[in-house]
Structure formats: structure tokens, C-alpha cells
Design a protein around this ligand. Structure first.
Ligand code: 5GP
Ligand code: MN
Length: 339
């Protein structure tokens, strides 16, 4: 993977560009992709954003979402765009497996791929150019840095500002996590001067749920959460029947893992959801417990130091048992006083 700076001089020649991100894109994945989309369009490129799967409806306010192609739903159109592309930007993921059914198509394509990402241990061999920086708060912040480093700060308009703000705000837990550096606040100050209405973004993302989501959360906290104080850990297990009963949609389970993490003393929180074809897990930690390694070792996953996820094909009972074994094997780390 060559440094991304090497493409700066090529940005002025119009190209056919595909931008893609991880499956079930969250606000950082979608916001960074659409921020880059508007920027490259402003430079005169022909740009298409492809999402490997569908996404939560609370992202649909973002300027440009109507033009995003769902790879699963509009496969032929997505494949044609990939075949025609001069460049494929890969945003907010480190390994191609995060693009689910799109992985095969991307790996088979000889088009140059460009990575912009902040997850650990990227699959460097598949990218011609790229930047991977785990010190960055969000991929949205990295897209902002990319635009500035390429010398195009003047191209940042209100649409770009809204998309990038959505990514950085959500990935920093509303500017709470340690990844919220002075540069993050400087970026937001700059976006404000370019017309960003930040309150609108918060309302669009957090005040747009349907009532059933809260009934589902109530049920989950009451019946599906177990706290293991001896390990400073908590686990939520959601069977597929709950998803059907409460009509749970893409995005409705986002943030659920933060509830047990806010219990006094809890340093590791986990949610395991039975999605039928696979068991999807989410891990969050506070302080010195590394959930990236935890997810890699036991749950075929990865992510960041304090936020990671994984997928297992085994039945739910076996995955929960794995979690219990993992707690026992990490008892010392979970009980250490390191903050
Ligand atoms: P979430 O719990 O929100 O799904 O994911 C938390 C973090 O872990 C995200 O940064 C996400 O990219 C990463 N992550 C989630 N699931 C997986 C996975 O199955 N594999 C890998 N490598 N990373 C994941
Ligand atoms: Mn991200």
C-alpha cells in the first residue's frame, strides 16, 4: 500500500470513482463515504457510492443517500459501476470480509483500491494506496484531513460538512471518547464556519426512532441482560425470535451495548444477536481492556481497542459458552485496577 499522498496530483483528472464501505454502514461509514462523494463530485469526477448491504433509515437524511446503490438489492447496477471504475475507495473497514457478499467482486477486480480507515491491522496487500491511522477518531475526520492535505479546503460545502460531522460525532460518542482530540474540535469549528447546522444532525440521528424500538430495549434490559460483577462484565443475548416479535429493523440495535457499559464498575459489555445466518457480537470496554484482541481471539472479529465486533457461525449456546470461557481466561485483566 503506497501512501495516499501519491494520488493528490491525480485528483484533477476526471475519473470514474466507486466509493464503498462496510456492511450495514453506520453514520461514520455512510457519512465519510458521502462526504468524499460530494467532494470528488465538486472536483468533477463521476462518483458512485455502493453499500454492501442496506442501512438504517435514520441515515436517509444525509445528502446523497438516494443515489447510494445497495449491492445486494441492485447487484447488476453495482457490478457495472465496479467494472467501469478507475478507482475504488474503501472507507471505514480494514479487511475485505467486512463487505460481506461484495468481497468476492472487490477481490476479483483489478481496479486500484484506495483505503481510508482507522481500524487495527488493515489488509494492506489489497490496496494500491491508502492511509490507516488508529489514532484518528473516525473515518470522517480522515476524509476531512485528506481534503485539506490535498489542498482543497475551499471545496468543503454544507453537504460535505453535514456528512462528515455525522461521522465524527457518532464515532466519538458525541465528543466523549478519548479519541476526541483538539484536531477534532478544530475540524468541527471549521465545518461550522462552512454552514454546518449541528443540532439538525443530532436530531436526525437520535430523535427519529419509532416507539417499538424503546419497547424492544425495555424488554432486552429487563429480560436479556446478565451482569457478571465478578468479572466487571455484562452480557446481552438476543434470540432471533425477539427481533421478529418487536419488528426490529437495521439500526435499531445500535447503541444497545452502551447500556450495560454505563453500569458502575462494568469494564466490558457485550451484545450477541442471533441474526439467523450468523451470531453477530458487539463489544465495548472502558479503560485498559482491549476488546480488539478479545474479538479477534474468540469471535472472528476485531475493531478498535475499546469498541469491536465479531461474527460466529456456531449456534447461540456455543457462542455464549465461548464468552464465558473468555471471561474466565481474562479474569485478571478484567479485575485489574488499570483505568
Ligand atoms: P459494532 O459493535 O458497532 O458493530 O462495531 C464496533 C467496531 O468493531 C466497529 O469499528 C466495527 O468496524 C468493528 N467490527 C464490528 N464487527 C466486526 C467484525 O465482524 N470484524 C471486524 N474485523 N471488525 C468488526
Ligand atoms: Mn468508523
Amino acid at each position: 500500500m503506497q501512501p495516499i499522498q501519491q494520488i493528490f496530483s491525480l485528483l484533477m483528472e476526471p475519473k470514474k470513482v466507486v466509493i464503498t464501505t462496510h456492511q450495514k454502514p453506520d453514520a461514520d461509514a455512510m457519512g465519510s463515504s458521502l462526504g468524499l462523494y460530494h467532494f470528488l463530485k465538486n472536483l468533477g469526477h463521476d462518483v458512485v457510492v455502493i453499500s454492501p448491504t442496506n442501512w438504517a433509515s435514520f441515515l436517509n437524511w444525509m445528502p446523497g443517500t438516494k443515489q447510494v446503490i445497495d449491492f445486494e438489492a441492485f447487484n447488476a447496477k453495482a457490478n457495472a459501476a465496479i467494472d467501469a471504475a478507475d478507482w475504488i475507495f474503501c472507507l471505514d473497514f480494514n479487511t475485505m470480509s467486512r463487505t460481506k457478499r461484495m468481497e468476492e467482486k472487490l477481490l476479483a477486480s483489478s481496479t486500484q483500491k484506495i483505503l481510508i480507515d482507522h481500524h487495527r491491522e488493515p489488509q494492506e496487500a489489497v490496496f494500491a494506496y491508502g492511509i490507516s491511522d488508529t489514532g484518528k477518531s473516525s473515518t470522517a475526520e480522515m476524509v476531512y484531513d485528506f481534503i485539506l492535505a490535498a489542498g482543497h479546503q475551499d471545496k468543503i460545502d454544507e453537504s460535505i460538512a453535514e456528512c462528515l460531522y455525522a461521522g465524527v460525532m457518532t464515532d466519538t460518542g458525541s465528543f466523549r471518547f478519548p479519541s476526541t482530540t483538539a484536531s477534532v474540535h478544530t475540524m468541527v469549528a471549521d465545518l461550522k464556519t462552512r454552514g454546518l447546522q449541528h443540532s439538525r444532525v443530532h436530531e436526525e440521528l437520535y430523535d427519529n426512532f419509532l416507539e417499538n424500538r424503546f419497547i424492544f430495549i425495555g424488554h432486552v434490559l429487563l429480560n436479556r441482560m446478565e451482569v457478571f460483577y465478578e468479572y466487571n462484565a455484562a452480557l446481552i443475548v438476543i434470540p432471533q425470535a425477539d427481533l421478529i416479535k418487536y419488528d426490529v429493523r437495521t439500526g435499531d440495535t445500535e447503541g444497545l451495548v452502551n447500556y450495560p457499559l454505563s453500569i458502575k464498575g462494568i469494564r466490558l459489555a457485550a451484545v450477541i444477536i442471533d441474526r439467523g445466518e450468523e451470531r453477530k457480537s458487539s463489544f465495548r470496554s472502558k479503560g485498559g481492556f482491549d476488546v480488539n484482541s478479545f474479538a479477534r481471539k474468540y469471535f472472528n472479529g476485531g475493531g478498535h481497542f475499546n469498541a469491536a465486533g465479531g461474527v460466529n457461525k456456531e449456534p447461540m449456546d456455543a457462542v455464549v459458552e465461548k464468552f464465558m470461557v473468555a471471561l474466565r481466561e481474562n479474569e485478571m485483566e478484567l479485575n485489574s485496577n488499570q483505568s
